[in-house]
Design a protein around this ligand. Sequence first.
Ligand code: SF4
Ligand code: SF4
Length: 131
Amino acid sequence: MTTASSPLQPSAGCVYCNYCPGYCCYRLKGSTLFITAEDINRLARHFGISDGEVRKRYLEGKNTFKTRDDGSCLFLSNARMIKRCSVHTARPRQCRDFPYDAPCPYLLRADLLEQIQPRIELALARPGKSE
Ligand code: SF4
Ligand code: SF4
């Protein structure tokens, strides 16, 4: 376990989230973002649509969001000047709680970064995504 006295190690919680391109918003093999009925209803109120419409538009199967071809959550924005999550105030519980009062694994594990960083660089390089 890392401690707050170690400046080179991410501390527990999300102190780096504001500076992070959203590594945890990419679906990797073996991982799934779990969406609950409460999460769906929060999004429905956010968009002013029904729970059923949220399911129809945004869910893949019953309990997770659709992703783009690169595995990114369909709500992840690549724009540099806004919050990465385009539904930040209505994001699911799992997104709010991650990394569960522990150091963020995406900042510690080279194998995870190796999978995601190329996708992020490609996404940021797309035209029209710099503002
Ligand atoms: S939890 Fe980790 S990967 Fe996700 S935004 Fe925060 S620092 Fe980045
Ligand atoms: S809902 Fe937002 S925070 Fe959660 S995975 Fe999608 S973009 Fe990331």
